[in-house]
Design a binder for this molecule. Structure first.
Ligand SMILES: [Zn+2]
Length: 417
């Protein structure tokens, strides 16, 4: 399968990538930017136009001499892709057109407490509703990028963890969703998808950066020279399980003192609950499926000037900063992006404290000042990344275009049952 990070995207796939990021380009510009010959470009573009994926849109008036060049752009309505980010406490769905524009979206409750079978059924219904309201036919959907926490087996489309409960372990997530929707479904790690989405948004000024993803749990992703770092099985950069000095809290992974257990949203909620007055004052209730709602209440209390809430968030942010130091040191980074719904309100506080830790301790500080950015799509980056991954990797043309094997999507992987 074609995949960013695997270095063998086809000629046509590279044309589509360039047009998707640049908007309009001439054949000459495509050749310049891809390093391919004019003849190769001419041939590939002809096929893409025949397949209805690319069209000519007027001429470039900027050229000083010679004939104005005909400009090309993607046909945004050629295909669509759906991205679904599912977390224990929150779900985000986006529909992107072929050019990568967001045309529809929804936020729902998370998967905790519902079980995988019912969660998948509900997701399929919501996706169907969203496509109907956006007037997108099911036969125009290339596929669905299902984005969630790890560790996961992407090939089989299953989670390798009993989170949020044992029913999720090895449940055939992509197989079941694919059966219900009638489209292929790809499984992707939430932090990796967010890093991909952020890179695509073009908001990160460097081709190598790290990303800290915080929803109910904490994950991480790294883009190296513009490519996703996938490691052996895409379960990379588990920054939430970096053990913090002096930590002793038991973690879902079986270890003690992990950053997620010590400083993640659930930990902060527990710390608030331990102070009854504070919990009462800001309305924190502590239900397992309400972690992000409670965390958001704490963040809003801080923003409204509640010093106790601020103190607990700062403690968390400093711990996340220490974990980020390890991330930066391991990958020689100078830029870290914060993404995920937990940063929606508290992002600026986390940014400040993570940056302070990096400035104080990251080895790269000797060369340049580490930069910490908040994602441009802080709560939807992962869903957008999941849909973009589908647009980039699913077959969308005929054999001759080299974008894939068939205009009709292949049978997806069936998960183990
Ligand atoms: Zn852990």
């Amino acid at each position: 399968m074609l995949s960013p990070g695997q270095g063998h995207v086809s000629t046509a796939g590279r044309m589509l990538d360039l047009l998707r990021t640049q908007g309009t380009l001439s054949r000459v510009e495509l050749a310049e930017r891809s390093g391919l010959t004019a003849g190769t470009i001419t041939h590939a573009v002809r096929r893409l136009i025949e397949d209805g994926l690319v069209r000519e849109v007027g001429r470039d008036q900027q050229q000083g001499r010679g004939q104005p060049r005909r400009l090309l752009e993607l046909d945004a309505e050629a295909w669509y892709a759906v991205g679904i980010q599912v977390d224990r406490t929150t779900t985000t769905i986006v529909v992107l057109d072929f050019a990568g524009n967001r045309i529809a979206g929804a936020s729902l409750r998370g998967s905790g407490g519902t079980g995988p079978e019912r969660t998948i059924a509900a997701l399929a219904d919501h996706v169907a509703d969203l496509l109907r309201s956006a007037a997108v036919g099911r036969d125009r959907v290339l596929g669905v990028g299902l984005v969630t926490h790890g560790p996961q087996d992407r090939e089989r489309g299953v989670l390798l963890t009993a989170q949020p409960d044992p029913a999720w372990l090895e449940f055939p997530l992509t197989g079941r969703l694919s059966e219900r929707l009638g489209t292929p479904v790809l499984l992707e790690n939430d932090a990796t998808a967010a890093a991909f989405g952020e890179q695509w948004a073009g908001a990160v000024p460097t081709a190598t950066f790290g990303l800290v993803y915080m929803a109910s749990g904490i994950g991480g992703g790294v883009i190296v020279d513009g490519e996703i770092y996938r490691g052996r099985a895409s379960n990379t950069v588990e920054i939430g399980h970096v053990v913090l000095n002096g930590g002793s809290t038991e973690c879902v992974c079986g270890n003690r003192g992990c950053a997620q257990a010590e400083a993640g949203p659930r930990a902060v909620v527990e710390q608030v609950l331990a102070e009854a007055d504070l919990a009462e004052r800001i309305g924190v209730r502590g239900a397992p499926e309400g972690t992000l709602t409670d965390f958001e209440r704490i963040a809003r209390a801080w923003r409204s000037g509640d010093r106790e809430a601020g103190r607990l968030l700062e403690r968390s942010a400093t711990s996340i900063g220490r974990a980020a130091v390890t991330l930066v040191n391991l990958f020689d980074l100078d830029t870290v992006v914060l993404a995920g719904p937990a940063f929606l309100t508290a992002g600026t506080l986390y940014r400040r404290h993570v940056a302070a830790e990096l400035e104080q301790s990251a080895l790269s500080r000797a060369l340049s000042r580490p930069e910490v950015l908040i994602s441009t799509n802080v709560d939807t980056a992962a869903a957008i990344g999941g849909a973009l991954h589908v647009l980039r990797t699913m077959p969308s043309g005929t054999q001759e275009t080299g974008t894939g094997i068939s205009p009709v999507p292949k049978e997806p992987h069936k998960g183990a049952s």
